[in-house]
Every structure is written in structure tokens, then in C-alpha cells.
Design a protein. Structure first.
Length: 90
């Protein structure tokens, strides 16, 4: 009874190209959850992960219960998880 969503400020068109050119090399069957676009960082601002200077959402994970209450959250430093060439999980 859990739904996982992924989100970035990139457009759905960028996501499609990224999926076809990069992600498909790492995950042959594609991302196992929807990849949403947060144009302008509206959602990122609500959750405190939007970097207005860089125009990007900082990586964060949120567990939100059915009532919309955040039960747990983790916000990662900007460089964490950005190097796709690394063989180990960061």
C-alpha cells in the first residue's frame, strides 16, 4: 500500500531523453516509479529542497502518511548521488 514518486525540476521531455540515453543503461526495464516534473520548483519549495540559486531540487526522500503528514525525511548534500559513473551506491 505504498506509492513511490520521483521528481525533478527537469521537463518531462528531458526525463524522456534521460531515460532513453542514460537510465536505460543502468535500469534496463526503466524506473520502477513515475518520474514527475517539478517545473519552477513549486513542490521542492514546499518541502524545503528547492535551491533557487541553482534552480534545482536538492535530493530528498520523504515518507508521507495517508493523511499527508511527513513521518520521516532525509535531505542529501547536493553532490551526493550525482556521479553516474560510480560503481558503488552513495
Amino acid at each position: 500500500n505504498t506509492q513511490i514518486l520521483a521528481m525533478s525540476v527537469d521537463s518531462r521531455f528531458s526525463h524522456k531523453i534521460w531515460d532513453e540515453t542514460e537510465l536505460s543503461k543502468m535500469i534496463p526495464k526503466g524506473l520502477p516509479c513515475p518520474l514527475l516534473s517539478d517545473a519552477g520548483g513549486k513542490v521542492g519549495k514546499l518541502y524545503g529542497v528547492y535551491d533557487s540559486k541553482g534552480g534545482v531540487d536538492i535530493r530528498g526522500r520523504f515518507i508521507i502518511d495517508p493523511d499527508g503528514v511527513i513521518q520521516a525525511m532525509e535531505i542529501l548534500a547536493p553532490p551526493v548521488g550525482r556521479n553516474l559513473d560510480r560503481k558503488s551506491v552513495v
